[in-house]
Design a binder for this molecule. Structure first.
Ligand SMILES: Nc1ncnc2c1ncn2[C@@H]1O[C@H](COP(=O)(O)OP(=O)(O)OP(=O)(O)O)[C@@H](O)[C@H]1O
Ligand SMILES: [Mg+2]
Length: 250
C-alpha cells in the first residue's frame, strides 16, 4: 500500500573492525508499530543510532522517507532528523530543568515560535501524555512512568512523523507499561505517527506491535520479519520460540 517510511538495505554495523550486525534488510511502512526484538547486547540500540542519524553504517543504505540518509547533504539530513522523535533507553530528561523547560527546548532550538506559542505547545503536549499540571515539576519529582511520559512529550514536541523508542517499558511496573502502550497506540492512530520500538516486553510486543524484526545474536543478522502475533504460535526460529517462552515461564 504506502511507500516504505524506512528502508534498510544490506546494512552492516561495526565498531572499528568489530562487525556486530551484517546484511540487515527490512522496511517499515507508514503508520506501522514496528518492534525491534533480539537478545541483550545483540545490537538493537546500535541499529537505532544508525536509523536516527547518529552512527554511519559500515556498509549499506538507510532510506528515510525516500531519501538515502547517509548520502544526502547536511540540509536534508537535518530536515529528516527534525522529523524524527526519540525516546532513549535511559530517558534522558535534563534534571536541572523543569518538565516544561525540557519540552520547550526542541521548540526553542528548531522553531521561531514566540515564547507564548511555545508555552501553549508545551501545555498541549503535557495534556497529550496525561501530565497536565506538571509543567513546573522537576524530573526527580516524578515517578518512573511519569518521567517516561514527560520524555515522550519532549520527543513529540516538533510533531515528528517517525517516533523511536528504546525499551520504553524497562524499569516500569506493568500498569505504567500498559499506560505507555495505550499512549503509543493513541499517537499512532490520532497523529498518524510511524512508530519503531525496541522491546523485550512480550505483552507490549503482542498488544501493540503489527510488524517486527528479530535480530539474532548468534548469527549477527536478521532472523525474521513479520507480524509478532503469528510468531507466538509459529516461531520462525528456535531463538524466537525461546524469547516467547520466557513469558509462560515467568
Ligand atoms: N560505543 C561503542 N563502542 C564499541 N562497542 C560498542 C559501542 N556501543 C555498543 N557496542 C557494542 O555493540 C554491541 C551491541 O550493543 P547495543 O547496545 O547496540 O546492544 P543492545 O541490543 O541494544 O543491548 P541491550 O539489550 O543490552 O540494550 C555490544 O557488543 C556492545 O559492546
Ligand atoms: Mg540497547
Amino acid at each position: 500500500m504506502s511507500e516504505a517510511v524506512i528502508k534498510v538495505k544490506n546494512l552492516n554495523i561495526a565498531y572499528d573492525e568489530n562487525v556486530i550486525m551484517h546484511d540487515i534488510n527490512f522496511e517499515v511502512k507508514g503508520q506501522d508499530i514496528f518492534m525491534i526484538m533480539g537478545g541483550s547486547g545483540c545490537g538493537k540500540s546500535s541499529l537505532l543510532k544508525v536509523l536516527i542519524g547518529l552512527k554511519s553504517p559500515a556498509k549499506g543504505q538507510v532510506f528515510i522517507q525516500g531519501t538515502d540518509f547517509y548520502k544526502s547533504n547536511d540540509k536534508s539530513r537535518k530536515k529528516i532528523m527534525q522529523n524524527c522523535g526519540v525516546l532513549y533507553q535511559n530517558g534522558a530528561l535534563f534534571s536541572s530543568m523543569t518538565v516544561g523547560e525540557n519540552i520547550a527546548l526542541p521548540l526553542q532550538q528548531y522553531t521561531t515560535y514566540s515564547p507564548s506559542a511555545i508555552n501553549e505547545l508545551v501545555e498541549l503536549k503535557l495534556a497529550l501524555v496525561g501530565l497536565h499540571g506538571y509543567k513546573t515539576f522537576y524530573p526527580d519529582e516524578l515517578s518512573g512512568g511519569m518521567k517516561k511520559r514527560a520524555a515522550l512529550a519532549r520527543a513529540i514536541a516538533l510533531d515528528p512523523e517517525i517516533l523511536y523508542f528504546d525499551e520504553p517499558s524497562s524499569g516500569l511496573d506493568p500498569v505504567s507499561s500498559r499506560l505507555l502502550d495505550e499512549l503509543i497506540l493513541e499517537l499512532n492512530a490520532n497523529l498518524k505517527t510511524t512508530i519503531v520500538i525496541i522491546s523485550h516486553d512480550i505483552d507490549s510486543i503482542l498488544t501493540i506491535g503489527n510488524q517486527a524484526i528479530y535480530l539474532d545474536a548468534a548469527t549477527k543478522t536478521l532472523a525474521a520479519q513479520g507480524n509478532p502475533k503469528t510468531w507466538l504460535k509459529n516461531p520462525p526460529t528456535s531463538a524466537i520460540a525461546d524469547f516467547f517462552k520466557r513469558r509462560t515461564e515467568v
